[in-house]
Design a protein around this ligand. Structure first.
Ligand code: HEM
Ligand code: HEM
Length: 131
């Protein structure tokens, strides 16, 4: 498996671990005030990173490596910034975290653009070989 996929799965597992401990804590304390941040850490960190890492493993050798690593860096930044921004902005309504939300949102969008580009380049490159 390519190193970029190990990076995606490593960070996905870390986000998944923190996200599930967080979920358990919300349930046990009956305090769901941070559930939006919990949801995004799990969906942007655990689920999306695992999906992307899986693609880069399956399509190894058909996409530019720099693009896959750019996708990884943007997705990691998105997971961290969106989670922090959603805790402080949406749960504690602290407006000082608006810039963190902007960085998180922008990196989430650019990360998806990078992933789409990688899928399309991989598709074009693999179309040249049979199967
Ligand atoms: C130990 C595991 C987990 C526990 C105990 C847990 C617990 C919770 C709790 C208490 C809420 C708040 C519900 C509410 O107030 O509406 C919540 C919301 C949510 N969780 Fe988890 N969670 C866990 C793992 C996960 C995982 C692995 C994912 C994603 C793959 C996930 C995705 C979500 C989503 C999307 C929401 C928001 C749902 C909504 O819009 O109401 N959770 N979770
Ligand atoms: C630019 C990045 C993103 C931003 C700024 C963002 C922001 C938001 C906001 C403001 C809500 C409404 C929360 C509420 O008041 O109930 C929401 C809900 C939700 N988002 Fe996102 N989101 C982003 C990316 C994503 C991604 C990539 C996924 C899935 C992989 C996702 C899954 C969800 C889900 C399932 C809900 C409903 C559950 C909840 O309320 O927590 N979001 N998002």
């Amino acid at each position: 498996m390519p190193r970029v996929s190990y990076a995606f799965f490593g960070l996905a597992a870390l986000c998944g671990l923190i996200g599930t401990i967080w979920g358990e804590h919300m349930g046990r304390t009956d305090n769901h005030s941070t559930f939006i941040a919990h949801a995004h850490l799990n969906l942007v960190g655990w689920v999306s990173m695992a999906v992307m890492g899986g693609f880069y493993a399956l399509a190894a050798g058909t996409y530019p490596r720099w693009l896959a690593w750019t996708n990884f860096a943007l997705q990691a930044l998105a997971a961290v910034c969106l989670t922090i921004a959603m805790v402080y902005l949406m749960a504690f309504v602290d407006r000082r975290f608006v810039p963190v939300a902007i960085v998180g949102s922008a990196s989430a969008i650019f990360s998806m653009v990078a992933f789409l580009a990688a899928v399309l380049i991989s598709w074009r490159n693999s179309a040249r070989s049979p199967g």
